[in-house]
Design a protein around this ligand. Structure first.
Ligand SMILES: C[S@@+](CC[C@H](N)C(=O)[O-])C[C@H]1O[C@@H](n2cnc3c(N)ncnc32)[C@H](O)[C@@H]1O
Length: 269
């Protein structure tokens, strides 16, 4: 959902997860096939648009926390999606003007839009890489152009891990191995629930299937990290800015958390 003129897209009749999400967020970078698929999802989960918004708001709150309180100035946003109203570099640079952000995605259409609308200054870039091959992200030329892995970095895995059909712990482990002490990992993930499982099945026709996971499975994705308060929670409950929430928001089948890579201990003992 960019504020600028939409870019011409190669028309596609195949539904696409980035464009379905764009439609749910109220964006214009989507086609009838995506809107049809989003319609099916909304019939099964009428709050789907609310959930998409809650996810995006969580991402922005987490980035503001990281750029502010946590003092992070480099961000790798993996599965970044189509440009939207408040992108990661805008949220981060509002707090830390020198913050550097690399957007990573494996969808060619997302990459075209991101290169046009997100890689707009010396502090942002876009890398074409696949989360299923973490080493291709860590060692990517465009990532290395802005990110110094020997210093603390925030890696964002927001609303992308549920598109990984295999156990994502191996992937996360490889990313963590590259992250310096004091780095942060941010995740959000669709929770497994009967109503959600039915809607997730709709994604079978899209370019990536959705795999909801239980709260326990999602929590293990962060094991070994120091969880930032309040831990693994439903997204609206992660450091909310407003105390009033609708019951449908509190019931959102989306969990999120921010974890910190522990600092290495120095000294004897
Ligand atoms: C629902 S969007 C999330 C966008 C953004 N992270 C957010 O939460 O607002 C998911 C994005 O993940 C991307 N994606 C899915 N599988 C991926 C993979 N294996 N590697 C990189 N990106 C992937 C999709 O192309 C899409 O742009």
């Amino acid at each position: 959902m960019s504020n600028q003129m939409p870019l011409p897209l190669a028309f596609s009749t195949a539904p696409n997860v980035a464009r379905i999400y764009d439609y749910l967020l109220g964006g214009k970078d989507n086609f009838p096939a995506d809107r049809g698929q989003a319609g099916k999802i909304m019939r099964l989960v009428p709050q789907a648009r609310t959930y998409a918004r809650l996810n995006r708001e969580f991402l922005v709150r987490a980035v503001r926390f990281l750029a502010g309180e946590a003092g992070i100035t480099q961000f790798v946003d993996i599965g970044s999606g189509l440009p939207t109203r408040r992108n990661v570099h805008e949220a981060a640079q509002q707090v830390a003007p020198d913050a550097r952000v690399v957007y990573v995605d494996n969808d060619p259409m997302v990459l075209v839009h991101a290169r046009a609308l997100l890689a707009t200054n010396a502090h942002t870039s876009v890398a074409d890489a696949d989360l299923r091959k973490p080493s291709s992200i860590v060692g990517h030329r465009d990532v290395l152009g802005l990110i110094d892995w020997s210093k603390p970095v925030a890696v964002l895995l927001v609303a992308v891990l549920h598109f990984i059909t295999d156990d994502p712990r191996q992937i996360i482990g490889e990313l963590r191995a590259a992250m310096a002490p004091g780095s942060y990992l941010v995740i959000s993930h669709v929770e497994r629930r009967p109503d959600v499982d039915e809607a997730a099945a709709v994604y079978r026709d899209a370019n990536a299937p959705v795999v909801p996971r239980t709260a326990g499975e999602i929590a293990t994705l962060l094991s070994g990290l120091d969880l930032v308060e309040p831990g693994v929670v439903r997204l609206p409950l992660w450091r909310p800015q407003e105390l009033e929430m609708w019951p449908e928001e509190l019931d959102a089948p989306l969990l999120g958390a921010v974890g910190r890579v522990a600092s290495t201990r120095t000294g004897g003992g």
